[in-house]
Design a binder for this molecule. Structure first.
Ligand SMILES: *Cc1c(COP(=O)(O)O)cnc(C)c1O
Length: 404
């Protein structure tokens, strides 16, 4: 009886997998046979990597690797405890202070990931008497974290300040005790910045708290790489920042929430992923500490990243590709229309054959008819790498065009 139930269950799961595959939506892992870098190898051959979040090229930076290696000897392999029992080493606190200081906040708290940070943040501060107003394109972890609250949930179309105002008015009219505005600092499919100045103005007008997830910004956006609040001139107007150690800051793992001391203190008392999940591993803490230290003075890397981004964007425009406007290293190369999804995938495949690794995105990850190849520049790329990527786009377009 029980066995039959399991057979049916597994058969249903297999049918769902087949559906995903029939729709051409199966995600396959491409295994690297090297460390993460601008230059990688796969079993299929060497490739230039243009799809990592390795914005500063720190994922395999020697002094970070050395710091992590040394930490294995000094601090051991694992913590085998949550933070508040016996899982806090002096370096965990040091990393939190370093992140807070860098971002211009009074304190910060580490989580195992930014997904966990966002998963634990909202229910601590927002209850049934409160309202959360969030951008429709926010990251999945923000959406999930907000869903865990009993607050009134309101959504505005991506970066639409007229709608944000209307939702804030709605929240106010409903008598919300506390109102939070939640946005990604950078929208990861488009490379667009959130209009933080306007958001902060509206927050002032409606007495709302501003919460920004800056995962695609911390370490490289803004003059000193502090993030979108630095770039957009609202350093002292964003109340809570969440971010990741898994992208520009070395790319290992871990996330954080930074804000005023009391806010962070309450998270230490109440945030469930913090209370009930293991502490970040010692080697990751040590490597990340070094990464934050490097990011503070990474002016050269940020300048290189900016040059690479500008060069790529201008060469691609010259070659007749449609790219979304902007200045972020995320550059969306658009393949609009009903045939776009297939075309984007074919071109990405043809590029990999030519030694350039990029990823095509289509519905449901992006809206129907807005398929794209998302290119991510890194300070680890040389000018020659960027030119090779553009050439691969051109060659792949020609090759795919010839097949039709
Ligand atoms: C990558 C990302 C996350 C998840 O970060 P992890 O540390 O990998 O869990 C959360 N929010 C945004 C906006 C991201 O881009």
């Amino acid at each position: 009886m029980t066995r039959d139930a399991v057979k049916t269950f597994v058969a249903d799961v297999a049918a769902e997998l087949a559906e995903i595959d029939d729709a051409g939506l199966t995600k396959r892992e491409r295994e690297l046979t090297t460390a993460q870098s601008a230059h990688i190898a796969t079993p299929g051959g060497d490739a230039l990597n243009f799809c990592a979040n390795n914005y500063l090229g720190l994922a395999n930076e020697p002094s970070i690797v050395a710091a992590a290696r040394e930490a294995l000897d000094t601090w051991g392999f694992g913590m085998a405890s949550v933070r508040f029992i016996c899982g806090t080493q002096t370096q965990h606190r040091k990393l939190e202070e370093s992140i807070a200081d860098y971002l211009g906040m009074s304190d910060a708290i580490l989580f195992s990931s930014c997904f966990d940070a966002n998963g634990g943040l909202f229910e601590v501060f927002f209850g049934p008497e409160d309202a959360i107003v969030s951008d429709a394109l926010n990251h999945a972890s923000l959406i999930d974290g907000i869903r865990l609250t009993k607050a009134k949930r309101l959504r505005y179309a991506n970066a639409d300040m007229g709608q944000l105002r209307a939702r804030l008015q709605e929240a106010k009219d409903a008598g919300a005790r506390r109102i939070g505005i939640v946005t990604d600092g950078v929208f990861s499919m488009d490379g667009y910045y959130a209009p933080l100045e306007e958001i902060c103005d509206l927050a002032d007008e409606f007495g709302a708290i501003v919460i920004v997830d800056d995962s695609h910004a911390t370490g490289f956006v803004g003059e000193h790489g502090r993030g979108t609040h630095e770039l957009l001139g609202v350093m002292d107007r964003v109340d809570i920042i969440t971010g990741t150690l898994g992208k520009a800051l070395g790319g290992a793992s871990g996330g954080f929430v930074a804000g005023q001391r009391e806010v962070v203190d309450l998270l230490r008392q109440r945030a469930r992923p913090y209370l009930f999940s293991n502490a970040v591993a010692p080697s990751v803490v040590a490597g990340s500490l070094r990464a934050v230290e490097l990011a503070r003075t990474a002016d050269d890397a940020r300048a290189q990243l900016k040059r690479n981004t500008q060069l790529f964007r201008s060469l691609m425009a010259d070659a007749g590709f449609e790219i979304l406007p902007g200045s972020h290293p995320i550059t969306a190369v658009m393949f609009p229309g009903p045939d776009g999804a297939r075309l984007a995938t074919q071109i990405a495949d043809a590029m990999l054959e030519r030694g350039v690794y990029v990823i095509a995105f289509s519905y449901p990850v992006v809206p129907k008819g807005k398929a794209r190849i998302r290119v991510q520049l890194s300070a680890g790329h040389s000018e020659a790498d960027v030119r090779a990527c553009v050439q691969a786009f051109i060659d792949a377009r020609d090759a795919v065009g010839d097949e039709h």
